[in-house]
Write a protein that binds this ligand. Structure first.
Ligand code: NAI
Length: 300
């Protein structure tokens, strides 16, 4: 076993079930002390109980690992602050945060209520930001941190009935982009995982064959790799059914238009050149894009 977490402390949110549970067990097996967070609600976020987290803690301890349970609702910033304080009081540091907690309120967009929208954004996007912000200064002080966001194919590509969920899931990719820039000087790295797995979240949209192929244990290696000491930074990795892939946001070289062409008709005429993705650029900061367009303007 080459990847290990001896001496490291991890927080995994939503770790009472599904993928989070699988991540927490594997981190503990590889030496991490784990805060198993779960507020223990139903798939739509209703209800709540500490018992799923406590059961996972018991499983980790029975296998000889170290873990504590936490019932924070990640949508509540004060809860997240207390969770980080609990980890620091117990073990003195937090090296890893996996933002995994999630709920679903699927509905086609025309039928979606404000409550459907707000509750999903509150858990996935605000929850990931809350936990990351609560742990941020601790990681800065330590000069070390690994944060993993959980995105989704529904975010990066889209899925019927998941406008709320998809928007929140692409939101965490945006959160990663800026946190990578701000965390760089303190060795804080942020990446995203886009899983596909058979859990209670997906059990009613998959056939038995699919459920068999999509075990959470095939996703967890990607999560563990992305929060390890030598992990790549700023990586969006898909994981499911044994296939691992990465994605990136690319920008076409574009076309610098003469002043008299800078109108809707000029864009229509040049659209195939403007949108030609051969030789596309990959940028890591917004500034890089600004430099490109200013250089184009200066050259002309
Ligand atoms: P799951 O429903 O089995 O587990 C999610 C856990 O998060 C539950 O234990 C739940 O109690 C907890 N949770 C929900 N709201 C919370 C809150 N406010 N505070 C603390 N804990 C909370 O679902 P699954 O499939 O394991 O999902 C884990 C993550 O992976 C989610 O972020 C989900 O959106 C994402 N994902 C899952 C996919 C899949 O194929 N299963 C596909 C793409 C993304």
């Amino acid at each position: 076993m080459t990847i290990e977490f001896d001496g490291q402390v991890a927080i995994v949110t939503g770790a009472g079930n599904g993928l989070g549970k699988s991540h927490a067990l594997e981190l503990a097996k590889r030496g991490a002390k784990v805060v198993v967070n779960d507020f223990g609600g139903a798939r739509d976020g209703s209800g709540g109980s500490l018992s799923p987290a406590e059961e996972v803690v018991a499983e980790i301890r029975a296998a000889g690992g170290e873990a504590i349970a936490n019932g924070a609702n990640v949508a509540n910033y004060e809860d997240c602050e207390k969770m980080v304080a609990q980890a620091v009081a117990e073990w003195g540091r937090v090296d890893i945060l996996i933002n995994n907690a999630g709920i679903l309120r699927d509905r086609s967009f025309g039928k979606m209520t404000t409550a459907d929208w707000d509750s999903v954004v509150a858990v996935h996007l605000n929850g990931s930001a809350n936990c990351s912000r609560a742990v941020w200064n601790q990681m800065k002080e330590q000069n070390y941190g690994r944060i993993l966001m959980t995105t989704s194919t529904s975010g990066v590509y889209g899925n019927f009935g998941q406008a709320n969920y998809g928007a929140a899931k692409m939101g965490v990719v945006g959160l990663m982009n800026t946190l990578c820039i701000e965390g760089a000087k303190n060795n804080i790295q942020i990446s995203c995982l886009a899983p596909t797995a058979a859990t209670r979240m997906t059990e009613d949209i998959m056939t038995p064959d699919m459920l068999e192929a999509l075990k959470p244990k095939y996703v967890t290696p990607a999560a563990v790799f992305l929060v390890s000491r030598d992990a790549p930074n700023h990586t969006v990795m898909f994981a499911g059914a044994g296939t691992y892939a990465t994605m990136e946001i690319r920008e076409s070289k574009g076309k610098h238009l003469a002043e008299d062409q800078r109108n809707a008709d000029g864009i229509a005429e040049s659209f195939s050149a403007i949108s030609d993705m051969s030789n596309a650029d990959v940028f890591y900061t917004g500034t890089e894009h600004v430099i490109k367009i200013v250089q184009n303007a200066t050259k002309s």
